[in-house]
Every structure is written in C-alpha cells, then in structure tokens.
Design a protein around this ligand. Sequence first.
Ligand code: ATP
Ligand code: FE
Ligand code: MG
Length: 352
Amino acid sequence: LLLLGIETTCDETAAAVVRRRADGSGEIVSNVVLSQIDEHAAYGGVVPEIAARAHVEVTDRVIDEALKAAGIELRQLDGIAAAGGPGLIGGVIVGLTTAKALALATGKPLIAVNHLEAHALTARLTDGVGFPYLLLLVSGGHTQLVCVSGVGAYRRLGGTIDDAIGEAFDKTAKMLGLPYPGGPEVEKAAERGDATRFALPRPLMGRHEPDFSLSGLKTAVRLEALKIAPLSEQDVCDLCASFQAAIVDIVADRVRAAMRVMREIGQKPTALVLAGGVGANQAVRRMLHKVAAEGGTRLAVPPPALCTDNGAMIAWAGAERLALGERDGLDIPPRARWPLNEATLAAQTAPA
Ligand code: ATP
Ligand code: FE
Ligand code: MG
C-alpha cells in the first residue's frame, strides 16, 4: 500500500509518502516538513491564527514536494491520510479538507488519522515493533502511558494531571530566557550544567498509578531562578541540568510503575516505545534504555526527526488502518479534541 500523509495539527506543515508491505514492514519514500518555528518564535509559543494561515499558504506546495520527491503521481496512491485531530482546529481543517478534496478528485480512500495514534504507531514503521507494547507518549501537548494491544486498541494506564512534559521544557526555557521551542535548548544548556546544584522536587514519584505532575517542578525552577537572579550563563546551564535530571528521574519511576500495571493486567510488552517530541531528548532515551532492560524488554524509539511532528507518521498510521479495511467518509469532522482511546476501529464501534 502506498499512502500520502498530511500533518497540520500544530506548527509544522508536513507531507510524506510511505509504503506498507503485506508483511507489515514499511518504508518512507519521501518526507517533507516545513516548520513555522520562525513565525512563532517572536511570541514565545504557537499562535493559532498565525499557524492556520501559514498552513493555508503552504500545504499544497508541501504535498507537491512530497509527491515529487517520491517520484509518485496521485493516481499511483492507494489512499490519502490526514491528521483529523487533535490539535489547533484551524490547522486541522486545512489538512483534512485538502485530503478530502484529493480523495474526492482521485476516488482514493480517505483516512482521517488521530495525531496521537500516528505518534503511537511510528515505532512499528521504524523498528517493526509487535503488539502489545507499552507506549510513553511525551510531546508538547500530551504525556501519557498507554498499553497498545493493536491498531485502534489503546488503553490509557496513566498521564499527566497538569502540564505535559514538552510544555514543562518549553515553559522552563522561556523562564530562563532561552528561545522557543525550549526542549532542544534546555537539553543543550544542560550538557554544560551541574545537575546536582539545585535540589528540585520530583512530584508523584513512588505512587502506584503511573501518573505525572509537572507544575510543581516548573514552579520550583522559577523560585530558584528568582533567588539567584540576575542569572549568569552558568546559572542557566545548572538550572537546565537540574531540571532535566528531575524529568529523567520522574519518567524512569513512572515508566516502572506502568510496567508493573502491565504485569497486573496480564500484558507482556514486546517493547517500551518512546514517542512524541520529547523522545528526541538523549538523556531521557539513555535512562529508558536502562529501565526497559531492567523490565526484561527493550526500548524502541524512532529517530528524532520522526519523534516530532511529520507526515510519515500520518501516512503510516493511515496505511495500518487501510490494511485493516478502515476508511473514512468525506463527512468526517475535524476534531480539536480526540482522546487516543477513542481512536478505535470502525469494526469495533459499528452497531452489531
Ligand atoms: P502534540 O503532539 O501533543 O499535539 P506537538 O505536536 O507540539 O504536541 P511534538 O511536535 O510531538 O508536540 O513535540 C514538540 C515538543 O517536544 C515541544 O514541547 C518541544 O520542546 C519538545 N522537544 C523537542 N525536542 C526536545 C528535546 N531534545 N528535549 C526535550 N524536549 C524536546
Ligand atoms: Fe505531535
Ligand atoms: Mg510541533
């Protein structure tokens, strides 16, 4: 199956062509990502109106580039996938409507993909991971631990009760005067910092349920920064290192808790899968390699460019669904809110 995938839920306009073979393996044929970071940087975060307008301006061109780079014509495709949510509604409308128009014009099946499901399934494309697996989804808007037992079978084991981890990175960066997006900046600064200089809290550590809480940690960073202001470059590096060390400890402990829950519900994971933008963080990856090995499994994590938003993950999730006979009607609505556990298969939700 050859799928086009379109991603426009946040601040990246992306399109890709992906092939899925009958044996379940896959291949990225082309992958074009146009980031709007420069347009939002001045505001220190994504401005929905600017994002929607930018998607309108470049989506057609990004799709053309993805098809051209793949050497593929529209008529050679087996399906057209777009992220149908969750995300900033203006952007979702642009990508999904474009996909509908292409599906209508070509007669190809349309697949409206849940953006979180696309993050969740990427490791099957890059690492051939089998079901069930334990998924840690950590991005700008989400922090969840999920038992994935099939396409469309997502059981949430725990998640954040306040901020997402990516959001905590971004807010910490902003507080310390680092540019947006903050994750990579904090990671870079942390490499030159002393992680033991500030004793920061690790909320919810030790708790049985695999939940997260990040807002207290963020506040603690702010209070420490106020105490020693004005901040030298070394102060910023030390705060970043101490913050990142706390995140790594929290993530390790919460993943261990989720592994215990997996055992309790009788699921033996084939892998621990790390997905979402924070998955690009090397310190988090290093720790999770250890945690996975301790738990008798392995860590599977897509390369950084496939952890952050991209079209290949949308095309791949579309292909996984199409292979199961799933497709959507042209009347499917764009969704700002669409929890992962509601991304089921039509066969499961259709009335008997
Ligand atoms: P969502 O997928 O929840 O809708 P999103 O699409 O904005 O949100 P992604 O693009 O998957 O999220 O990830 C972006 C987030 O990942 C940002 O918060 C960014 O700071 C964070 N991030 C990216 N690289 C790193 C890194 N090296 N270390 C820590 N965080 C990072
Ligand atoms: Fe994302
Ligand atoms: Mg993004």
